[in-house]
Ligand binder design. Structure first.
Ligand SMILES: [Zn+2]
Length: 325
């Protein structure tokens, strides 16, 4: 009986394994860097699990409480939602599965792109194609993509490091009709929200584009961290390092922007991860706004709880500190 149950559960588990793969374009960065991508992805999934573990086992700990309160404020509901989102991220396999392709895609699958192969520029530049999605001229997605793949993106502190598109789509016909109707009535009040017209697409995978300038930084120039390990934690505590980071950013933000932290942020955008949005970025902003269903808040929570497990905590100013026993 027990054995049967075990066997059945294992089978269910295999069927339910949530697949992701690195697109062929990731090979261009070389085997060693491809390995870094896998390590960072694995750490992102692990961090989601660690965060849940820490939150469940140390709810009364002062440092845990302080960090959670900084990110989410007093609203217990936001913490509960965050836990569900991290639970979704935890479902991803910790290893890539290269053996799935169209037409066997599912809406829980994820393909990670490391170059512009998910993005096609039309000769007339009126539209661009981004995985099954036509981007009209002036679309924010198009702008994001142009920055994402630029050789030398302008460093204005608002750089796109990665872009995730969920498997779901927007019912353009219904949405456009609603806009027309709204205009006909004199465009009063707020325009219809695109998010109210989201439809599920069972056979479309989620896609994640890692920006080429960002990968170059992380891989070649050591301007970014791959994981939140002892070395990167030590570095963000050094004054000489902190003097080099943009004014609006804090020590902990550098860890959240690591490849592992970036994967965690992006994974929360997926259908499986919880379909978060981008309302605000950075540790300081979280302390001010406590945004709901916000991808960066989830990544901050993951990194903060991972730090706690390693004996560190993050203060309200975003400094990473050793926990004194
Ligand atoms: Zn995001």
């Amino acid at each position: 009986m027990k054995l049967n149950r075990f066997v059945i559960l294992s089978l269910v588990d295999i069927c339910m394994a949530q697949r992701w793969k690195l697109d062929r374009g990731c090979d261009h960065w070389g085997a060693a860097n491809k390995e870094k991508l896998k390590v960072a992805f694995r750490e992102a999934v692990t961090m989601a699990g660690t965060a849940l573990d820490v939150l469940n086992k140390n709810p009364g700990d002062q440092k845990v409480q302080k960090m959670v309160k900084h990110i989410f404020g007093d609203d217990e509901k936001l913490v509960k939602e965050a836990k569900e989102i991290l639970g979704g991220v935890k479902k991803y396999d910790d290893q890539p599965n290269p053996y799935f392709d169209a037409p066997f895609w599912r809406n829980t699958d994820l393909i990670v792109y490391c170059d512009p192969s998910n993005y096609e520029e039309h000769p007339d530049k009126s539209t661009h194609k981004l995985f099954n999605l036509d981007l009209p001229k002036g679309s924010p997605h198009k702008k994001q993509h142009d920055v994402c793949f630029a050789a030398n993106p302008q460093r204005d502190g608002n750089l796109v490091m990665a872009i995730t598109l969920r498997s779901e789509g927007v019912d353009r016909k219904k949405y456009n009709a609603a806009i027309d109707e709204w205009k006909k009535k004199g465009s009063k009040g707020t325009a219809p929200d695109e998010r109210a017209y989201i439809v599920s697409r069972e056979d479309i995978p989620n896609t994640m584009d890692l920006c080429t300038w960002y990968l170059r930084d992380v891989f070649n120039t050591n301007a970014g961290f791959v994981t939140v390990d002892d070395a990167s934690i030590a570095k963000v505590q050094q004054k000489s390092f902190l003097d080099t980071i943009p004014k609006a950013e804090r020590a902990v933000d550098q860890l959240v922007q690591s490849l592992a932290g970036t994967f965690l942020h992006e994974l929360t955008h997926t259908y499986l991860g919880g379909r978060t949005f981008d309302y605000s970025y950075g540790w300081v902003n979280s302390g001010k706004h406590h945004p709901r269903n916000n991808a960066d808040s989830m990544a901050q929570l993951g990194v903060a709880m991972h730090l706690f497990k390693k004996g560190y905590w993050v203060d309200d100013d975003g400094n990473v500190k050793k926990i004194q026993k």
